[in-house]
Design a protein around this ligand. Structure first.
Ligand SMILES: Cc1cc2nc3c(=O)[nH]c(=O)nc-3n(C[C@H](O)[C@H](O)[C@H](O)COP(=O)(O)OP(=O)(O)OC[C@H]3O[C@@H](n4cnc5c(N)ncnc54)[C@H](O)[C@@H]3O)c2cc1C
Length: 127
């Protein structure tokens, strides 16, 4: 016990559940070692939450609008093309949420447990 709190021992601790962390954690876990994967913000890190996934999803909406505005070049008459920015952002957020949920499900499948809300009790809290 540590100040009344139970001490949990791990063979390895990986800080950050972005792109690298979950994969890195699998190596010792594959050797049946007990691994702690600590995330201080959002599972998925930059790629899923702020980087590749949201930007590529928005880019796809822009690409579709671009092609639709060139309708005549393709022998198509589709009428005036308008962008519903709120809908495009909603689609983006849905993709991000789905992606993060999928990653979280794959991690919890490894018997992961959350250490406090948003990782605040993590052993390496962010400054
Ligand atoms: C706008 C944008 C677009 C991108 N597009 C692409 C692309 O198309 N293709 C591509 O290959 N790459 C792309 N990237 C880069 C890609 O997102 C990163 O290379 C990748 O996310 C790095 O993964 P990582 O695991 O090293 O770090 P991160 O994804 O940043 O994950 C680190 C995690 O560690 C957590 N963490 C850090 N310190 C602590 C701590 N002390 N305690 C607890 N948790 C902590 C963070 O909260 C974070 O979740 C893009 C990046 C951005 C910003």
């Amino acid at each position: 016990m540590n100040n009344g709190k139970p001490v949990i021992e791990f063979d390895a601790v990986v800080i950050g559940a972005g792109q690298a962390g979950p994969t890195l954690a699998m190596t010792p876990a594959g050797r049946s070692e007990k691994v702690a994967l600590i995330e201080g913000e959002l599972v998925g890190g930059s790629c899923v939450n702020h980087g590749r996934a949201p930007t590529k999803t928005l880019r796809k909406s822009a690409r579709v609008a671009h092609l639709a505005r060139r309708e005549g070049d393709f022998g198509i008459q589709a009428g005036k093309v308008e962008i519903d920015f709120a809908a495009a952002m909603g689609r983006m957020q849905q993709r991000v949420d789905e992606s993060r949920a999928g990653l979280e499900a794959s991690i919890t499948g490894q018997e992961a447990r959350s250490i406090g809300p948003a990782g605040r009790d993590s052993i390496a809290p962010r400054s």
